[in-house]
Design a protein around this ligand. Structure first.
Ligand SMILES: Nc1ncnc2c1ncn2[C@@H]1O[C@H](COP(=O)(O)OP(=O)(O)OP(=O)(O)O)[C@@H](O)[C@H]1O
Ligand SMILES: [Mg+2]
Length: 70
């Protein structure tokens, strides 16, 4: 399976975010708490419909948002 595009809406600390994976490999680089693990988590939720670290699905939704999409 190849992931070409990721579209996030109110997922964790992401409001509206589009990510295009245009190369065979991707490296996430960023400061602490910038959202690297959250982005990986969103991919895992896509693949497995569950998170490796969220106890409740509600935790995946951006704080203050009514719902989120992935
Ligand atoms: N439901 C949520 N709504 C809003 N922000 C959230 C939510 N869940 C987590 N966050 C925020 O996401 C940020 C952490 O993101 P993440 O763990 O992906 O960072 P990281 O880039 O992996 O950092 P590190 O380099 O320390 O591992 C924190 O600022 C945290 O408050
Ligand atoms: Mg991390």
């Amino acid at each position: 399976m190849f992931l070409e595009r990721l579209s996030l809406r109110h997922f964790r600390n992401y409001g509206v975010q589009e990510v295009a994976f245009t190369a065979p490999k991707a490296i996430l680089v960023g400061d602490n708490a910038q959202g690297k693990s959250n982005l990986l988590e969103s991919i895992q939720v896509l693949a497995a419909l569950r998170s490796f670290r969220a106890g409740r699905d509600r935790d995946l939704v951006q704080e203050g948002a009514a719902d989120g999409r992935n």
